[in-house]
Design a protein around this ligand. Sequence first.
Ligand SMILES: [Ca+2]
Length: 254
Amino acid sequence: MKTTKTGCQPLGGAGCRTSLILVFAALAAISRSEGQGTLNITFDGPPSQPRGTQYIIQQYYEAGMSFTPIDPSAPFAGFARNTGGGLSFYPEKGTAYLQAGVGSTLMFRSLNGSAFDLLAVDLAEYSTVLPDAVTVHFVGYRHDGSVVTEDLITDGIIDGTGPLADFQTFTFDQTFRDLDRVEIPTIGWSLDNLVVSIPEPGTPAFLSLGGALACCWLGARTLRKTLLWMGVHKFVASVAEDLVQQPTICHHFP
Ligand SMILES: [Ca+2]
């Protein structure tokens, strides 16, 4: 009987079977941890834009995320970027943000095609001229092909450069996870501080390693059972036993 130098069970033993499950679970947890790649998109640029201005734009990029109209070829396609400061009738929090007036739509996605989680957003009404509470319709297109929606309703409190808090923070539930893109087809809103989570680069490699370890373990067990079932004599069975016993995962995960 061979023994391992590390003192842990050989691969395929009950101890390593448990360890393997724990390692694989840990890798999966790492891959979906919201602490990994969590980004707060502030819309504060670049590109630079003078304070107190509102520009209509057709694209904006920040932190690996792209923002465009849903249909860039549609009439008046675009959305506004407001830098705040000086425009007393617009929401004010001291930094830049996006707005949707007539004809505006917004779509955002990861530039490299990675699926992402949508966690939170700050929303306000469009202006003190249109101060009523507004319903902002979010449509999430998940990587598995399903579609989720959420209607967020602002409180209708807005005083521009006055003392009131124009923006409110909203959070999304677990359905807005693993998204390929999100669309906002409605208008009359102001939007800032979009919080998304994107898996860290290298996560697929971690998962591949976990999968490979699982396959090795399952493959070795299957091989041993098959050889024993076929009635091969003890020598062949001992070779299979060696396959089961080597290597140990503890060399890779001390
Ligand atoms: Ca901002």
